[in-house]
Structures are given as C-alpha cells and as structure tokens.
Design a binder for this molecule. Structure first.
Ligand code: MG
Length: 454
C-alpha cells in the first residue's frame, strides 16, 4: 500500500485519491489509536469538507469515540483547542494551500502536536487492516457541536498587546481564517480592511497558496489605502505571507529570517529550528544574534518535533509556516502575523525597514515530474553523481534528499512529500550562481529520471 501520509498529513484529489470511505477508515483508525475517547474535528472552507467530515465522524463514532465538532476554524486553532479542551486527538479536514479539487486530513495528539512517523505508521496499519475493532451497538460514540474559538482569542489576547494603531489589509483567501482573523486583529486595535473575506471552497478570489502572483490585488490595495502592511493566509491559515507598506511581496525566506532574528534578539540568543531548504540567511542572523540553528528534514511535523526536543525559542519553514512554542506547537498563520506586527512595532520601524535588516539571497526552486511515486532508485543514483559534478570542494548532507554545499551556496535535490516530483532548490550570494546551480540540478535530475524510468 502506498504511504497515506505525506510531509503534512493525508492529501489528494477528491473522490479519486481521497474519498469519504478513506475518511471513515481514518476516523476509525484514530479512534482505535486513542482507545475510544474524545476527538476534536474541524474543517476549512472546501466544497468537499462536509462530505469528508461526515465520513470521518462515522469512523470515529464506529470506533466508540465521541467527536467534538469545532466547525470551520484554522488548523492551528483545532490543534490548540485539542489540548485546551483536554481532548485525546484532533483531526482537521483540509488540503492546506492545495487547489480546490484537493482535500485531506491533518492529525494532532492530545498535546496539539502533529502526528509523527510512529503514529502515522500505526494509522496506516489500521487503515490497511480493514473495518475491524468497531464498537458494539451500545458503545457507539456521539457528537457535540462546540464553538470554542473564544478560548483561542483569549489565549492570544492574554499574551500579546499591540500598541500602534495599525492600518492593515488582510487577504483571507476565502479560507479558514475568514471569521477569526479580522475579529482578533480588530480586538488587538488594528484598523482592518478585509479582502476575499467570504468563506468559499472554490477559492474564487485567489489560489489558497499565498504566492506573490496570487497576492497582486493585496499589494494594490495596500498601496491604494496607504496601509502599513498586507497580510495573507493559506487555505487553513497555518501559513502567512506579507506585503510591505510599499506593496512589495516579502520573500518567504526573508520574512522568516527577520522573524527569527527578532526572536533571538528578544531572548538574548537561543536555538531556532528550520528545515534543510531554508535560506542560509538563517545562519547569518543566528551568528549575529548569538543564536544556534538546528536544521531538520522538510515538513512542519519535523520542525515541531525538533523545537520540542531542543527547547528552541522559534521555528519556521520558508513557506510561511512558523511555530511559536511559547503559545503552542502548531504552525499558526494568524499568530505569526500578530507576532510580526509586535516585532515591527517594538523595533519602531516600517515593515520594509524591518525586512531589509536581514540578507536576501536569491533562492531558486524548481521541480521535475517522475513517472512513478517510488523515487528511491533515482535518489540513490543522484547521491552518487551529484557531488562529483563540482570542481571545488563541497560538503554533502543527506538529512532529507541530497544537499551539496559550501559556505557561499547550496543545492538541494529531494523527493517531494506531497506529489510524484523531485524538487530542486538552489541558493547563492549572486543571482548568476544561483541560476547556474539550478540549471545543473535540473539537468542532473532530468537525465537521471530519463535513464532510470525509460
Ligand atoms: Mg496550510
């Protein structure tokens, strides 16, 4: 059986890869995993959300667990409430930033941590074993509807106060943050203009991924309104991206490094966690701010685990998924935007100045499609041939894929955790070098795929 879990839960095209039947099997599996207790459920705004939720609920109750339905909330709110309400697991119906035809599920334990490899394997084994271990007729679980977002709002407002009269534009992308984010930002004293603020699972305003292209209307509105900053979330609001007061998109690597730099400055040093594909600007700012960088394989699950194990003060991925462990252990787009505003007002500068204080090296990303999901042969061939392609002395790291690097540049080739592709990422201190690296990576991967798959 192919692995169900990718780098961030189960995900696929609706009624092809992800079906109500699969949702019910996952519901039964999580119910059996926690031993017939209480499980939080929620969904984003996708059209297929209620259909999958119905399957998930059937499985949970068939396994003898009770479900607590939190309605449409962001993934981080589901994760936070799972712990805050003392529940035994949380299941979020979402395909995050994927297009509207996708959906899936993210799972969390009683501490609000994303399920790791051990729990994922147990879930996969149970799904594979069939419809077994169901409850007797008089042990079937029940369901309660619960609006508990007030607890999340209280938690945030109890820990952060904004003092500046922020004039902000928020692009909600018709996703899971629609109801909560404007309310919370206004409670913190912001003057909020909302864009794409109606919940709509077809995502008519923009793609659920807050990419520079998708945020062109946000940029225009920030400039037109003379706003201080523009903020956007992905479909389930565990990611954030920013547009500065001039309407310029803040590169993901740069906003991550700026936030990490501020976190270190505020704490007088400490450990920050980031995956292997994040910019070397993270190392630069850590050296400057008395910090230490721990690198992980790609995926927010890996980052969260490392933050916990290393006692880190902050962690984040260069896709806008940031974790603030003093609040909770799930990447949280809304919290990230509030912490970003807090950092900028504490430093008493504009958004563009705040961002300009960290290096912005060119990071180029591309991918090569593979005819098969099994990329192991391709990756082992690349492991032999990639490093010898360079004349200079290089180091090699195989934490996740193959990273070839020097102190001035790096090239990473790795299998995607969410689709049958090999991703290539290159960073250098000059655009030309980054382009050369990407070209070399693309050609090596394409040739290897052709050799092995033909
Ligand atoms: Mg997401």
């Amino acid at each position: 059986m192919p692995r169900l879990f990718g780098t961030s839960g189960v995900r696929g095209v609706i009624n092809a890869e992800v079906t109500p039947k699969l949702a019910s099997k996952l519901g039964l599996a999580v119910s059996r995993l926690v031993g017939g207790k209480k499980i939080a459920v929620a969904r984003d705004t996708r059209r297929s959300g209620i259909m999958l939720l119905s399957g998930l609920l059937s499985g949970i109750m068939a396994g003898g667990s009770d479900a607590v339905n939190l309605g449409i909330v962001p993934t981080p709110v589901l994760a936070f409430l799972t712990r805050a309400l003392g529940l035994d697991a949380g299941a979020m119906i979402t395909a995050s930033h994927n297009p509207p035809e996708y959906n899936g599920m993210k799972l969390f334990d009683e501490a609000g941590m994303a399920y790791g490899p051990v729990q994922q394997s147990k879930m996969e084994e149970t799904v594979e074993s069939g419809w077994k271990g169901v409850a007797g007729w008089n042990q079937v679980g029940g369901i309660v509807e619960a609006d508990e977002t007030g607890r999340y709002i209280e938690m945030i407002c109890g820990k952060v106060q904004l003092t500046k009269n922020w004039n902000i534009v928020v692009d909600l992308g018709c996703g899971a943050a629609c109801f909560l984010a404007p309310e919370l930002l206004r409670l913190l004293g912001c003057h909020v203009t909302s864009l794409n603020s109606q919940p709509d699972g077809f995502f008519p305003g923009r793609t659920p991924e807050p990419s520079p292209e998708a945020l062109a209307p946000l940029s225009m509105l920030v400039k037109a309104k003379g706003a201080d900053i523009g903020i956007a979330y992905d479909g389930d609001a565990d990611r954030v991206s920013f547009v500065d007061e001039r309407g310029s998109f803040a590169s993901f690597d740069r906003s991550l490094a700026a936030m990490a730099s501020y976190s270190l400055r505020r704490s007088g040093g400490g450990t920050i966690v980031t995956p292997i594909d994040a910019s070397m600007s993270m190392d630069d700012i850590a050296a400057r701010e008395n910090g230490k960088v721990v690198r992980t394989p790609v995926g927010d699950v890996q980052v969260a685990r490392a933050i916990k194990e290393r006692g880190a003060i902050f962690g984040g991925e260069p896709c806008g998924a940031w974790i603030f462990p003093e609040f909770h252990m799930c990447p949280d787009g809304i919290l990230s935007s509030i912490m970003f505003l807090d950092a900028i007002e504490t430093e008493n500068v504009s958004a563009s100045t705040f961002l300009s204080r960290v290096p912005d090296y060119p990071v180029l990303r591309s991918k090569v499609n593979c005819p098969s999901n099994d990329t192991s042969c391709i990756m082992s061939r690349l492991k032999e041939r990639l490093a010898p392609r360079f004349r200079e002395k290089v180091d090699v790291l195989t934490l996740d894929g193959i990273k070839v690097f020097t102190s001035d540049w790096w090239l990473l080739v790795r299998s995607s955790g969410t689709e049958p592709t090999i991703r290539i990422t290159a960073e250098a201190k000059t655009q030309k070098k980054a382009e050369d690296l990407l070209e070399l990576g693309l050609s090596e991967v394409s040739n290897t795929v052709r050799e092995i798959c033909n």
